[in-house]
Design a protein around this ligand. Structure first.
Ligand code: DNO
Ligand code: MN
Length: 392
């Protein structure tokens, strides 16, 4: 697989010169400054592409070309937004950038409740705590009907937490769930927005009455509309799985497990309609065996995120080391190196370590932690490639 790295553009403190030194080959990035739904012009694409190439690297994957909310809930602006999306895709294709990651999660992209969950060794990683999430849902959002989504035990723990939680801790929870993990991926809520909870509630209201079946139809509509452009320009679309892969906040989620993946691949059965195999997201679902999924979907996978998680008691999960956990990365590397060795791969998130926290990087996207993970993955890949060369 090609060793790629998510780079957040010219403002990223982790520079392309640094990435070259640590063996990165391809860059994963987006035109982060273009508002959702607007066209990515050829000029802007070429400008960034030339900049990347001036460091001896190349722009391998777009992550993400965001799908605006009205496309997901079928709002009145949907067709106009899809037309813009098609123009952006065509412009990317003309520039030779042919792998495009996106997601189809309504309102909220990936979700964590703790951005710096401490490890014994002094490092930290991202964490999802079911009770803290329930607290956000019940006590901060005050969502109607939310009680039905939690067990009596969880509801009891939420009440206990309510007695001790401070205002500062509440703000931290809001930051983790809807500000710091969202701002740089889907643009719905940005750092510095006043009253993010109110913005978030307005967004949630857009999905009232939209269930899994409707969201699926809207995804089929979107994919069918863009496939001709993808065919013309050789673009491979790859949807990122829902993270975590289960229903949240009354919102439907439709890329969570084997059945869901089968559904969208068959609904628009075209090789350009594929998957981002995010081992971290998929492994956070108890129903998922990443090895089985990789064997089944390797040929329709266009991009790989290597990351692992460990299930913790109470439906919680932690982002673990890349060498452990339910991601089973060594097995996945064996499968993908055999089935689809040209695939671009990135390590996804890493721990915070060695002063990473002082550098203001996006949540999960540390420098040292990701570099360590990349080295671990590189080692695993070297062993697998050696086995393959020796006919094993
Ligand atoms: C989670 C991460 C996310 C991901 C976006 C895609 O696994 O990889 O940052 O890139 O959710 O939309
Ligand atoms: Mn991912």
């Amino acid at each position: 697989m090609e060793k790629t790295w998510r780079w957040f553009g010219k403002k990223d403190k982790i520079t392309l010169a640094m990435l070259r030194q640590i063996g990165v080959e391809g860059i994963v990035t987006a035109l982060h400054e273009v508002p959702n739904g607007e066209i990515w012009t050829s000029e802007a694409i070429e400008d960034l592409k030339t900049y990347i190439e001036s460091f001896g690297l190349h722009w391998s994957v777009v992550e993400s070309l965001p799908v605006s909310e009205p496309i997901k809930y079928a709002g009145a602006e949907r067709d106009a937004l899809i037309e813009n999306y098609k123009v952006s895709l065509a412009n990317l294709g003309k520039a030779g950038i042919k792998t495009v990651c996106y997601n189809f999660m309504p309102v909220i992209d990936w979700i964590r409740t703790d951005l710096q969950h401490p490890w014994e060794d002094g490092t930290s990683s991202l964490y999802f705590d079911k009770v803290r999430f329930a607290y956000f849902d019940l006590k901060i959002l005050d969502r109607k009907g939310a009680e039905a989504d939690y067990s009596p035990e969880e509801l009891r723990k939420v009440e206990e937490l309510d007695k001790v939680i401070t205002e500062a801790e509440k703000d931290e929870l809001v930051d983790a769930i809807i500000v710091k993990t969202q701002g740089f991926v889907n643009g719905n809520i940005k750092e510095g927005d006043k009253n993010p909870v109110a913005i978030f509630k307005r967004l949630l209201a857009l999905y009232e009455g939209i269930d899994r079946a409707t969201l699926r139809e809207n995804m089929r509509y979107f994919l069918s509309a863009i496939m001709p452009v993808c065919e013309e320009h050789g673009i491979n679309m790859c949807v990122h799985p829902d993270d975590p892969p289960f229903q949240v906040l009354g919102l439907p989620r439709i890329v969570t497990d084997e059945q869901d993946i089968d559904w969208f691949l068959n609904a628009v059965d075209n090789p350009h309609n594929g998957l981002t195999f995010c081992a971290g997201s998929l492994s956070a679902g108890e129903q998922n065996d990443t090895r089985k999924l990789a064997r089944k979907f390797a040929k329709r996978t266009h991009f790989v995120h290597l990351r692992s998680t460990k299930a913790m008691p109470g439906g919680n999960f932690i982002e673990s080391s890349h060498l452990e956990g339910r991601g089973h990365l060594i097995d996945l590397i064996r499968i993908f190196e055999r089935e689809n060795p040209e695939l671009p791969m990135r390590v996804d998130h890493g721990r915070m370590m060695l002063g990473d926290e002082d550098k203001g990087y996006n949540a999960g996207y540390s420098f040292h932690g990701r570099m360590l993970a990349l080295a671990q993955v590189e080692g695993m890949m070297a062993v697998v490639d050696n086995e393959l060369r020796n006919g094993k």
